[in-house]
Design a protein around this ligand. Sequence first.
Ligand SMILES: NC(=O)c1ccc[n+]([C@@H]2O[C@H](COP(=O)([O-])OP(=O)(O)OC[C@H]3O[C@@H](n4cnc5c(N)ncnc54)[C@H](O)[C@@H]3O)[C@@H](O)[C@H]2O)c1
Length: 249
Amino acid sequence: MPNQLTDGLPLAGKVFAVTGGARGIGAAIVATLNARGANAVAFDIDPSAAPAGSESITCDVTDEASVKGAFESLNAKYGRLDGIVSNAGIMLEKPVADTTLEDFDRVIAVNLRGVFLMAKSALPYFRTDMPDADKPRIVNVASELGHLGRPEYSAYCASKGGVIALTRALAREFAPGILVNTLAPGPTDTDMLRAEKNYDSWVKDGEGIPLGRVATAEEVALAAAFLCGPDSRFMTGTIVDVNGGAAMY
Ligand SMILES: NC(=O)c1ccc[n+]([C@@H]2O[C@H](COP(=O)([O-])OP(=O)(O)OC[C@H]3O[C@@H](n4cnc5c(N)ncnc54)[C@H](O)[C@@H]3O)[C@@H](O)[C@H]2O)c1
């Protein structure tokens, strides 16, 4: 097969839903996909936070009716779906002894059940007979903490480990028609990171990160765009680490 190099606008005309796309990493993913020619739409519980000019639909990823309604709105406008990026997430920093069951369930509902619900709800809109480069994409956003674990992040780590396992299961179940991959970012400079207790000490200074600093949201978005685009056509079930070398497996 000739090496089909893709440059220019590799996502021209394609339609993507990006959960949590109003802020942080999700907003950077929306902008990066759009810069490559796509129509990327944020599915966000708080679309009012979205950058001016970006397109958003109100969506709570924990709620089936809300997710289905968002896909219906997207389909009514564009009539096609080429991929989803399940990026919406919440963080909880609490010792186990202080974590209520409601706390735990809420983190799992947003970070893990939301990823499942998005994949399930997207299925009817995907075409599974596409040539390799154009196969529909599911890109989930996990975290390096899904591998590593961390004290006082039990619910968060469990949810992200679940996303990694879910990605592998979906990749096998949906092959060969749909490609499913996960990003595992390390600390990334967003509102979520700034809310962490250690932000000003080790996180901000990049301690323990071989590349010496935390990621920008745009750097994580570049990896998401690669997984959404034609150049990742033979990748499924992978975990792409974007962490400056902080965790190597
Ligand atoms: N920032 C980091 O250091 C870091 C590191 C690893 C992984 N991640 C993961 O990256 C993803 C994005 O994180 P971020 O740092 O951009 O966070 P953020 O808090 O800056 O933004 C999260 C976005 O998700 C939306 N959201 C929250 N709950 C939602 C729901 N129920 N339905 C729909 N949208 C919802 C918010 O409104 C917001 O726009 C998350 O899954 C997070 O766990 C972040």
